[in-house]
Design a binder for this molecule. Structure first.
Ligand code: UD1
Length: 436
């Protein structure tokens, strides 16, 4: 299994091209099942999760063809054409779904187009139990009959899905996306209340509209969908990854460097920029993206609570914790979305971080040292990645720490960070992949 070795203490300087957003690309790929025509997705990141979704779609009958670099330049990524003329199988098998929870996003499209689907339950994962009850309840509200059978969700809607009102009891990105896709082909009007507002959902809705769907309320917590009989193909560019961008923003800050995030969209990062500003990280929009630098007095401790968009994302909580471990003063991080998302804590503590976890709260006593110092108090160590965002928090800590950090199980990183070592070493980091 590959490992990553980092020799820390080098400030990052340069430009990092931000890839297309994984969490937008995955539902957009699933949306291709809704039409027999071709959906072309541009700016698609090269990631293990994207490959998993291509395998899943291929076994449903999707023909996929990948074209080369976008002519606009390196950071535009690749172009994928997806065409599902006929759905050859409405079953999403356990072997693929267990690898990636987002596989459950094929449920809504398969059911809407074919009137039936059999999709494996995703089961638990490292960051918590992550049930799919809201996906199921929402589809039932549109007339689907759903049974759980042998670890599979068996869904049927032989007469097609009907209009209806779905009130989500809790904000869920995946449930909103599944219902949004299913609703596009329903008979009548579907209203989704308490819908998630993540920009990736807006991206999905915009793409669906360009395929002929009729969705209103994009960006709000109430989505109104007038069902149509058929969707057509489209040509759509995936939005830039705000989580990747903010991760590199924190990489720049934790090393006391200055980096321009090319292609990053400022308006998608405002909540994060506001939180980081309190920690003395400076971010500002530029003509090409966002410029980030550490304030001259070193980083400061702050209190942050994760929340659905537009709040501070849970997907940045681990990275923020690494940053705050090097700040001056104490900080408190409260995780409200997932119950088991502090697995990076023991690993960060192996690197010298001072963190106490009590329930959903983590008290981080920054080891920043004298004003102006960076990486204060952290030292390199062998550590283990446990999930995607936890892994990258160890990379950030390693970039700041004195000495050598070796991170094992880096396949987690490959799920969500495209060319991570290359992007960081181009800015002066001493980071290499050790292939065993
Ligand atoms: C998506 C993101 C993930 C991010 C998360 C929260 C993708 C591919 N993944 O995951 O990176 O961390 O949003 O921003 O976009 N829940 C239920 N029942 C359900 C569905 C969810 O109880 O039917 C709970 C979950 O366990 C969790 C909370 O709702 O506690 C939010 O989860 P959700 O927004 O659904 O996350 P995902 O869509 O899986």
């Amino acid at each position: 299994m590959d490992r990553i070795r980092i020799r820390g203490g080098r400030p990052l300087h340069g430009k990092i091209a931000i890839s297309g957003a994984k969490n937008a690309a995955l539902p957009l790929m699933a949306a291709s099942l809704l039409t027999e025509e071709t959906l072309v997705l541009r700016n698609l990141p090269h990631l293990a999760d994207i490959a998993t979704m291509t395998h899943l779609l291929a076994q449903h009958g999707t023909e996929l063809s990948m074209a080369g670099e976008h002519p606009g330049g390196g950071h535009m990524g690749h172009v994928l054409a997806l065409r599902t003329h006929d759905i050859s199988s409405t079953e999403a098998p356990y072997d693929i779904v267990r690898k990636m929870r987002a596989s459950v996003l094929v449920l809504g499209p398969l059911l809407a187009r074919c009137g039936q689907a059999r999709v494996s339950l995703p089961g638990g994962c490292a960051i918590g139990t992550r049930p799919v009850d809201m996906h199921i309840g929402g589809l039932e509200a549109l007339g689907a009959e759903i049974e759980l059978d042998d670890g599979y969700i068996l869904a049927r809607a032989p007469q097609g899905l009907q209009g209806g009102v779905v009130v989500f009891p809790q904000v869920s990105v995946g449930a909103t996306e599944n219902l949004l896709m299913a609703a596009t082909l329903a008979k009548g009007e579907v209203v989704l209340e308490n819908a998630a507002r993540e920009p990736e959902i807006g991206d999905l809705a915009n793409c669906l509209n360009s395929m002929g769907a009729r969705i209103e309320g994009i960006g709000s917590d109430t989505l109104r969908i007038q069902g149509v009989e058929k969707l057509s193909g489209a040509d759509y560019a995936v939005l830039p990854d705000r989580i990747e961008a903010a991760t590199y923003a924190m990489a720049a800050a934790i090393t006391g460097g200055e980096v321009e995030l090319l292609g990053a969209r400022w308006e998608l990062m405002e909540a994060v920029a506001a939180a980081l500003a309190r920690a003395n990280v400076r971010m500002q929009p530029t003509d090409c993206g966002v410029l980030v630098s550490a304030g001259s007095d070193g980083l400061s401790g702050i209190n942050v609570t994760t929340a659905p968009y537009p709040g501070f994302p849970t997907d940045l909580q681990a990275q923020l914790m690494a940053l705050l471990a090097t700040a001056n003063g104490a900080a408190m991080i409260t995780e409200t979305i997932f119950e088991n998302r502090f697995q990076h804590v023991p690993e960060l503590m192996r690197m010298g971080a001072d963190i106490t976890v009590k329930g959903a709260n983590a008290m981080v006593r920054g080891r920043g040292g004298p004003a102006g110092s960076v990486g204060g108090g952290l030292h390199g160590a062998p550590v283990m990645a446990t999930d995607l965002r936890a892994s990258v928090s160890l990379v950030l800590a390693g970039l700041a720490a004195a000495g050598e950090t070796v991170i094992s199980r880096v396949y987690h990183l490959d799920r969500g960070y495209e060319r991570l070592e290359e992007k960081l070493s181009d800015c002066g980091a001493d980071i290499v992949r050790l292939v065993d």
